[in-house]
Design a protein around this ligand. Structure first.
Ligand code: HEM
Length: 380
C-alpha cells in the first residue's frame, strides 16, 4: 500500500507545481477562451454566473414522460453517457442536452420533470456532483467522462472529470457497473445485470422490489470484499449506494402502478438502452430515498474497506459518516471540495461560494438541518 506521508508529499508537490502553472485562473481562462473556440454552440466558452437552482414544479403528479416532445434517440458520435442510468435516460430523451453535458440547474429541472425527483434532494445530489466533477466556471457538468464540451480545464487538482470519476460520487459495489479496480466503472455490465435478474427471480418472483434491493445490495458488498483489493465503501459512497438501490423502485416503476415492483423489461430498458419503457409515466409524487431504511436494516453494514491491498480484508472505518452522523458526511464533502480547490481566485472563487450555498440548501433540507453551514471561501 502507498504510505500516507508519500501521498501527502506528492499531493503537496502537485499543488505547488500547479499553483505556479496557474497563477491566475481568470487570465488563463481568457486566453483559453480565445484559443479554444470549441463550445457546444461553436462560440467560445464564457464564464457563467450560475443561476439559483430551480424551484419545485407546479404540477408534481404522475404524467406521461415518454412523450412526443421527448423521443428516444440513439447515440451520436461524441455523445457522453456514464454510470447513472437515470441521467443517461434523460439525455437520450432530450430532457437534458443529448450530448450528455448540461448545467446543474438544467439537470435539476430534468430529474424533476422526467422522474419526479424531489426538489431539495435533486439539488443536493446534483450540486454535490457538480462541486466535485463539474466545471464551476462554465457551469457545465458531464454525465459521463471528461470532455472538452465542459470547457477549459480548471486548475488541478480540480478536474471537471464528470460523473464517471471514481471515488467522488461514483463508487464500488454498484449494481450494474463494475468496480473501478477492474477497469470500467461506468459502462453497463451484462454479467452484473444477469445477477440483478437472477436476484429478482430468486427473491422477487421476477421483479425488483425492496427485498431484492436489500439482498442484492448486501451481495454486491460481499462480492467487492472478496474480489477488489481496493474496495472502499465510506462517506459519500456509503450513502449513495443505498440510495441508488431504492431509486429503481422510486423512479423506474411506472407511476400508474401501486405495487412498487420493477419488471425486468423496464429495468433492461433503463439500464441497457437508456430508454423510458413505452408510455412510461413518472412517479405520482416527488420522491427521494424512501425505502432506504428498510433495505439497510435487512443487512446492517458499517462503512469501511479492504486494507493493505488485500481481498477479504475488510476493516470498518470509524472516521466515516454513517446514517447517524450526517454532519460527518457534510464535513467530508467540504474537505473533498477544499482539496480540489485549495486556492481559488476570481470567477472560480465566486462560483465556488455560490455552488457551496446551493449545495448546502439541498443538503440541509434533504439530509440534515443540524449541520452548521460552513464558508471555507468566505461569503459574498
Ligand atoms: C431521478 C433521477 C435519477 C435516477 C433514477 C438515478 C438512478 C441511478 C441508479 C439506479 C444508479 C445505480 C447504478 C448501478 O449501480 O448500476 C445511479 C448511479 C449514479 N447516479 Fe443516478 N439517478 C438519478 C439522478 C442522478 C443525478 C441527479 C445525478 C447527478 C447529477 C446522478 C449521478 C449518479 C452517479 C454518479 C452514479 C454512479 C454511482 C455508482 O458508482 O454506482 N444520478 N443512479
Amino acid at each position: 500500500m502507498i504510505s500516507r506521508p508519500f501521498v501527502l508529499l506528492t499531493t503537496l508537490l502537485f499543488l505547488l507545481s500547479n499553483s505556479l502553472a496557474f497563477p491566475n485562473y481568470a487570465d488563463v481562462l481568457k486566453r483559453q477562451e480565445v484559443e479554444e473556440a470549441g463550445s457546444r454552440t461553436g462560440r467560445p466558452f464564457r464564464p457563467v454566473d450560475p443561476p439559483s437552482p430551480p424551484r419545485p414544479p407546479r404540477f408534481t403528479g404522475a404524467k406521461l414522460v415518454h412523450d412526443r416532445a421527448h423521443p428516444w434517440k440513439p447515440l451520436r458520435d461524441g455523445d457522453v453517457r456514464g454510470p447513472c442510468p437515470g441521467m443517461n435516460t434523460l439525455a437520450s430523451h432530450g430532457y437534458i442536452s443529448r450530448d450528455g453535458v448540461a448545467s446543474p440547474s438544467e439537470m435539476v429541472t430534468a430529474v424533476q420533470e422526467g422522474f419526479n425527483m424531489e426538489n431539495k434532494f435533486a439539488i443536493f445530489v446534483t450540486y454535490l456532483n457538480h462541486l466535485m466533477n463539474g466545471n464551476l466556471v462554465t457551469d457545465l457538468l458531464s454525465i459521463g467522462g471528461k470532455t472538452s464540451k465542459t470547457g477549459p480545464d480548471p486548475p488541478a487538482p480540480a478536474h471537471a472529470g464528470g460523473l464517471s470519476v471514481h471515488g467522488t460520487f461514483e463508487g464500488d459495489a454498484g449494481m450494474t457497473r463494475g468496480d473501478a479496480f477492474f477497469g470500467d466503472n461506468h459502462s453497463f455490465n451484462q454479467t452484473l445485470f444477469d445477477k440483478f435478474v437472477d436476484f429478482s427471480n430468486r427473491f422477487g418472483d421476477g421483479f425488483y422490489n425492496l427485498t431484492v434491493a436489500g439482498e442484492l445490495r448486501f451481495q454486491r458488498l460481499q462480492d467487492s470484499i472478496a474480489t477488489n483489493p481496493e474496495f472502499s465503501f465510506r462517506n459519500v459512497r456509503y450513502f449513495t449506494a443505498y440510495g441508488e438501490s431504492v431509486f429503481l423502485i422510486n423512479f423506474f416503476v411506472d407511476g400508474r402502478k401501486t405495487d412498487k415492483k420493477l419488471d425486468m423489461d423496464s429495468a433492461r430498458s433503463f439500464f441497457k438502452d437508456m430508454k423510458f419503457p413505452p408510455n412510461f409515466f413518472r412517479s405520482p409524487m416527488p420522491m427521494s430515498t424512501e425505502g432506504l431504511d428498510d433495505i439497510f436494516l435487512m443487512h446492517p453494514f458499517l462503512p469501511g474497506g479492504n486494507v493493505d491491498g488485500k481481498v477479504n480484508n475488510f476493516v470498518v472505518d470509524p472516521a466515516s459518516a454513517t446514517f447517524e452522523t450526517d454532519c460527518v458526511l457534510y464535513e467530508d464533502i467540504l474537505n473533498t471540495v477544499k482539496g480540489l480547490y485549495p486556492n481559488p481566485t476570481g470567477v472560480l472563487k465566486r462560483n465556488l461560494i455560490k455552488n457551496l450555498r446551493f449545495f448546502y440548501d439541498g443538503f440541509s433540507a434533504a439530509v440534515s438541518n443540524e449541520c452548521a453551514e460552513q464558508f471555507p471561501y468566505g461569503q459574498q
